[in-house]
Design a protein around this ligand. Sequence first.
Ligand code: EPZ
Length: 441
Amino acid sequence: MEKIIIKGGQPLRGKVAVEGSKNAVLPLQAAAILAVQGTVTLNNVPPVTDVKVMDRLLGFLNLKTAYGEKQRQLVLNASFPLSSEAPYDYVNQMRASLLVMGPLLARTGHVRIALPGGCSIGARPIDLHLAGLEKLGAEIKQDAGFIEASCEHLVGTRIPLDFPSVGATENIMMAATMAAGITTIENASCEPEIIELGNLLNKMGAHVHGAGSKVIRIQGVYYLHGAEYTVIPDRIEAGTWMLASAVTNGDVIVQGTVPEHNASLIAKLEEMGVTIIKQADGLRVLGTSVLIPANVKTMPYPGFPTDLQPQMTVLQLLANGTSTMEEHVFEKRFIHLEELRRMNAKFQISGSVAILDGPTRFSGAEVTASDLRAGASLVLAGLAADGITQIRNPQCLDRGYYHFYQKLRALGAKIDRLNIEDKFKITPDQQPRQNKGQEKE
Ligand code: EPZ
């Protein structure tokens, strides 16, 4: 069984470079479906599992793609006849597969995609995606675990969103680029990744205005063509490195970040006594031995990002007193705290609020990563803990972090990733014996 093994207590020192943004690249990959001629070339594309899953899905839809890992360049060509069915295997592996719905509907007039299953951080319904596409004129049917959407042609309209959903905003933007007339998305997501999508779509010949603000206006066009685009750095990876320096009382320079993309995190770190110095080669993050408690609320951008919530709770648990974390984006995103409890964390959860009782002396333990960001929080706790921490299911980290443990080792962490036979694994001949007449459990 593969595990990450950490011997904690080592302050991180040195420089770490941030990869391109996974959550910006995924919608840009899907947007390539819209290019009826020419190629879409994306630069600064991180070699993470989610990007590779999306690439395999696009290949299944008959796009031709090529990725140069060294150059971090992905080239996509959608000028061939496309399939419009996304099988369960892809959607089940990655919810962001849903992002092919809008562009496939606009390009082919049809899409059949498996409904995504459950998720460890919440129900994550797709009602806002479907309602938006329906308002543009799509007929939506659901059967046998699949969603089917079809339309003669899409017509622009006003689409108010009940919640500023990132994915729903992205799907509707892409569908609207080829809808007749004007589409107005109200209460749109304002994340930097939305701006990236608007920029690429406009380079492909679309007319998108206001991406990054609450109201996005799109004038439909007849077709889109290829373009080249360089993706922004990953603000969640950057924030994870900043928190890794803070939890180990380290001194790390996080290179290649866009500071304003992490403004809410920087404000909270400074409130807790961490020093952030903006310098030419990046953000220098200096930890402190006495952390001040702080209350945090996750909110849509520019609020504190939910994708840094698990990692932030580790720093709050180290602080000298009680902090609170309010999770306002996903309804079930505290699963990592139960793992941290095994490392000595003390907390209570009441609804969407976690009351975190610091200071915590984390003690090493064997824990399991349930998802990408929960896994990152367990690594951070292991770095701060006394003794050895073993983390199961490290594969989930590969979804959004490239060379995660290698980069931590380069910063001085005592960390490795090993295949360890579980010495307590019960082999068939060790199965508990059944007494005569005792019913099998
Ligand atoms: C994106 O997911 C990100 N993923 C997530 O990052 C991130 O946590 C999330 O936005 C919030 O910032 C990608 O960009 C690939 P949402 P998305 O639609 O688009 C509810 C990571 O770790 N909702 O903004 O799926 C939903 O249940 C991942 O990199 C509906 O109710 O998020 C949630 O409570 C995890 N109906 C809230 O909105 C809908 O139709 C926010 O979801 C859609 C969403």
